[in-house]
Design a binder for this molecule. Structure first.
Ligand code: PEP
Ligand code: MG
Length: 760
């Protein structure tokens, strides 16, 4: 079949100048659309040019040049039906010299289109959703040139603006699920913080809504894009230089890709070409991105899809810079019940949100023991991780039902799903009420062993949870949270006031203050702990290592704690101790401050106890060397497991690879607790493991009788303790560890069920 090239290719610039005049004219929307099809049809010398718009879930012919005018507002196609429906559904451009040869072709007699052979169509996209289709048809079989297709795509950008401004599509109707079956709206992920929540989607890095597509002054737009590129490249370079502390969660590989794209001349050139055709800077960036998205969708390669995420991030960043909308959703303030959507978050970023309105978080990445997860847990905010493509599927303000208990989030749910969710929500509330009743009941096992249940805390309000949960005390107070929420280094005064406040609110219940654990995935933007770029920040310059080198930091904290605890008991714990001398030096800093206060005649704490966190396996081998000087150890299973398994705790790929209930971990913990017992050193576990009923049951059965857990878990752990016969559990574990099964979790869970242990 001969391909008949018609006239010279129309340029996007010609079409755009025609559209600009139409947009500026005073006529009504329908008249404008009629004029648009005329202009485009003529510009590409096509007999037919039509616009279909999505209304009430179907694509309706709104304007046409060349088809029967009687078909306007009569011809309707379902989303996905015919070539037009195909384009809308797949948000994909079609360019065919013989329309009937496409498997999705459908003939509509009322349009009189039987005589047309060639067909080209592009989706009209608004907020990442196809809201219509612009297409051209021609009698002779011809393929449209690349320039013409690009001109259509550019015109479609402008049409999206015209249509939205004229209110021709009901943008809200897009929220209706297109698929009525909710299985398609259910996205699965990794359970990070249990719970359920209902709210509206808010992007942590808000998407820019493009208001104007047609440029007034092309030179000015070009300039805006140039300087935005400069600024973006500067930001990426800066992030890369800060990468030793993870730069807010963005890791090495991602940064490298960002860098590659940021400096990609092809990308900036395509954006500039779009500006040349008359688009604004924002519209040009989005137009190039739409085109790339379309191309990538046709390539089925998971690696490329990953890279596409990076390019999307960067395009979004560029859009935000160019439009001057740089803040996160937190800085703009969230106005209603919110489910936050992000690729990943840093701990400090999460803390910036209004706690009353933030109901849940959904991440594309995320892992169980990353600090942002721990903070979400401390804030009682359900969090689902590893939800692939959530940022592509969800639109701003979509209704979301988050059910982390079932590892799912429902996007734009149907009414029956909403009802089912509400019922479950009520059931969880009842369960919480049952746990609340346990508040004043002590955690004795069935055979009479009193278990200590402390909570982990770090935020000012956390201490009030002591009474709310009926916990025995705070087993881990993460003092670095105060540093993470502050814009500058907290002064000694501010620290002292904070600790005093915490101690006062705790009353007689003990608090164990952990000295600042910064570095790793908890960088402080205002404090550069390490001068060198770190390849492995989790094993690098963090926690007590920083504290001992920058002893000013530790001295100030020591003084603040000693002052705040005047007349009270003070418990201090040092993180990430690997060797005995580190503990001795850290303790010496406190001893000196106590001496100083004494020499000044100031009131001292009535007792000071010092402990170490056992997070580095090396310390387990040296406990005997600390006997007599070390009052207690607290086993931090989050860090400990990452070092025992050599598995980065914040690497999403490793999030589910290793189980806490593995022989390696359990045997290690057993050995350490027996050793500590023998040496007369008090010990407990304060990692996230202790807050999960089955894992906590395993800890008890190893002989660990003190746990410090996330406050939200106190009820369920108490229920587990009170339904457990500890003697039997110990016997079971002893046997199990002698000849371990690969699936200790499954085995223990079956046993617990027979024993009728309450595991939620
Ligand atoms: C741990 O590592 O287990 C721990 C409790 O400390 P963090 O999670 O704050 O590192
Ligand atoms: Mg730790």
């Amino acid at each position: 079949m001969a391909t008949n090239q018609v006239s010279s290719p129309a340029t996007a610039r010609d079409i755009l100048s025609g559209l600009r005049a139409i947009m500026a004219s005073p006529s009504n929307a329908q008249a404008k659309l009629n004029k648009v099809v005329e202009t485009i049809g003529e510009a590409v010398s096509s007999e037919v040019c039509s616009i279909y718009l999505l209304r009430e879930g179907v694509l309706e012919l709104f304007a046409t040049l060349g088809l029967n005018q009687e078909a306007v507002h009569v011809t309707k196609l379902a989303f996905g039906e015919g070539l037009t429906g195909y384009i809308a559904k797949n948000a994909e451009t079609l360019n065919l010299d013989e329309a009937a040869s496409h498997p999705d072709f459908q003939y509509r007699p009322e349009t009189g289109e039987e005589k047309f052979h060639s067909f080209a169509g592009v989706p009209i996209i608004r907020n990442r959703q196809a809201v219509g289709v612009l297409c051209a048809q021609h009698i002779d079989p011809r393929k449209y040139s690349n320039e013409e297709i690009e001109a259509f795509e550019t015109a479609a950008m402008v049409l999206a603006e015209l249509i939205a401004n004229a209110g021709l599509i009901d943008e809200h109707s897009l929220d209706e699920p297109i698929v009525r079956d909710d299985s398609a709206n259910r996205l699965n992920g990794l359970q990070l913080v249990k719970g359920k929540a209902r709210g509206h989607a808010v992007f942590h890095q808000p998407r820019v809504k493009i208001e104007h597509t047609v440029a007034e002054d092309v030179e000015a737009e070009r300039h805006r894009v140039y300087s935005a590129f400069d600024k973006m490249r500067e930001q990426i370079d800066q992030m890369a230089s800060l990468a030793e502390f993870g730069a807010g969660g963005e890791h090495e590989e991602v940064l490298q890709t960002y860098k590659m794209f940021a400096y990609d001349e092809g990308w900036s050139r395509r954006i500039n070409e779009s500006i040349d055709s008359g688009l604004t800077a924002e519209a040009a960036i989005e137009r190039v991105q739409q085109h790339t998205r379309m191309r990538m969708r046709q390539i089925d390669d998971p690696l490329l899809a990953e890279r596409m995420h990076d390019l999307e991030d960067l395009a979004n960043r560029l859009l935000r810079i160019v439009s001057g909308q740089m803040g996160t959703a937190a800085s703009m303030g969230i106005k209603k019940d919110t489910i936050l959507i992000a690729r990943n978050l840093g701990p400090a970023e999460l803390l910036e949100y209004d706690r009353r309105r933030l109901k849940g978080v959904v991440l594309e990445e995320g892992s169980l023991t990353a600090h942002v997860t721990i903070i979400a847990r401390a804030m009682g905010i359900p969090m689902l991780g590893q939800v692939k493509n959530i940022r592509q599927i969800v639109r701003d303000d979509d209704l979301l039902l988050l059910n982390v208990d079932e590892k799912a989030v429902f996007v734009r749910p149907t009414a029956p799903t909403q009802q089912a969710f509400d019922t479950q929500f009520e059931l969880s509330a009842k369960k919480r009420a049952v746990y609340a009743e346990l508040r004043d009941k002590e955690p004795y096992t069935k055979d009479g062993q009193r278990i200590t249940i402390n909570i982990n805390a770090g935020l000012r309000d956390d201490v009030s949870l002591l009474n709310l949960t009926g916990a025995d005390g705070v087993g881990l107070f993460r003092t670095e949270f105060q540093f993470l929420v502050a814009a500058t280094m907290p002064t000694r005064d501010a620290q002292q006031r904070f600790y005093r406040d915490v101690l006062e609110h705790a009353g007689d219940k003990p608090i164990i203050f952990r000295t600042v654990d910064i570095g790793g995935d908890k960088p402080l933007p205002y404090f550069k702990a390490s001068e060198v770029k770190e390849e492995n920040p989790a094993m690098g310059w963090r926690a007590t290592r920083v504290g001992l080198e920058r002893d000013g930091l530790m001295k100030v904290q020591a003084r603040a704690l000693v002052e705040a605890a005047a007349g009270k008991k003070l418990n201090v714990m040092f993180p990430l101790i690997a060797e005995p001398w580190e503990f001795d030096e850290a303790k010496a800093i406190f001893d000196k401050q106590i001496e100083y206060q004494k020499s000044k005649g100031k009131q001292l704490p009535i007792a000071v106890r010092f402990g170490a966190m056992l997070e580095v396996p090396a310390l387990a081998e040296c406990l005997d060397m600390l006997a007599g000087r070390l009052d207690f150890i607290s086993i931090g299973t989050n860090d400990l497991t990452q070092f025992l398994f050599a598995a980065d705790r914040s690497n999403p790929k490793l999030a589910e690879r290793f189980d806490w209930l593995s022989p390696a971990i359990l045997r290690f913990l057993k050995r350490v607790s027996e050793k500590a017992d023998e040496l007369g050193i008090e010990f407990s576990v304060c990692g996230e493991m202790g807050g999960r009923p089955l894992d906590a049951l395993a800890l008890l059965s190893l002989g660990i009788e003190k746990l410090s857990i996330t406050p939200a878990s106190v009820g369920s752990i108490k229920a587990m303790v009170r339904s457990t016969d500890l003697g039997e559990a110990k016997k079971f574990m002893e046997k199990s560890l002698l000849n371990p099964n690969r699936d200790i979790r499954g085995e223990l869970s079956k046993w617990a069920e027979i024993q009728k242990i309450d595991l939620e």
